[in-house]
Design a protein around this ligand. Structure first.
Ligand code: FES
Length: 105
């Protein structure tokens, strides 16, 4: 798409309160639906090798399944250790029932 957004999932795949991992060009992204608002970050925890899509959603935060650090999905910032490095965040939107992500940010 000319604006850099690409379809990564159908909106039906991500109901409110759910997390979803999608892969684009070999890179894993985390999608989250918080009460109808979508967020996109990297899926890999910045601490060690854990997929955040297998973690838990708490409000606008996702908690890592391995050591429990929470990240704010709006900013990518970790809220406590052991993670200290923010997640990258990405623009995400819904058009015509498709979830669109802009991988370049
Ligand atoms: S791997 Fe995520 S907090 Fe350690």
């Amino acid at each position: 798409m000319a604006d850099g957004f690409i379809e990564v999932a159908r909106a039906d795949d991500l109901p409110p309160g759910r997390l979803l991992r999608v892969t684009v060009d070999g890179h894993d992204y985390l999608l989250a639906n918080v009460d109808g608002t979508l967020y996109a970050t990297d899926d890999l925890c910045t601490h060690e090798d854990a997929s955040l899509a297998t973690g838990a959603l708490h409000g606008t935060c996702v908690s890592c399944p391995l050591h429990g650090s929470r990240f704010d999905l709006r900013t990518g910032e970790p809220l406590e250790e052991p993670a200290t490095v923010p997640l990258k965040t990405y623009p995400v939107t819904v058009r015509d029932g498709a979830i669109l992500l802009r991988p370049g940010g």
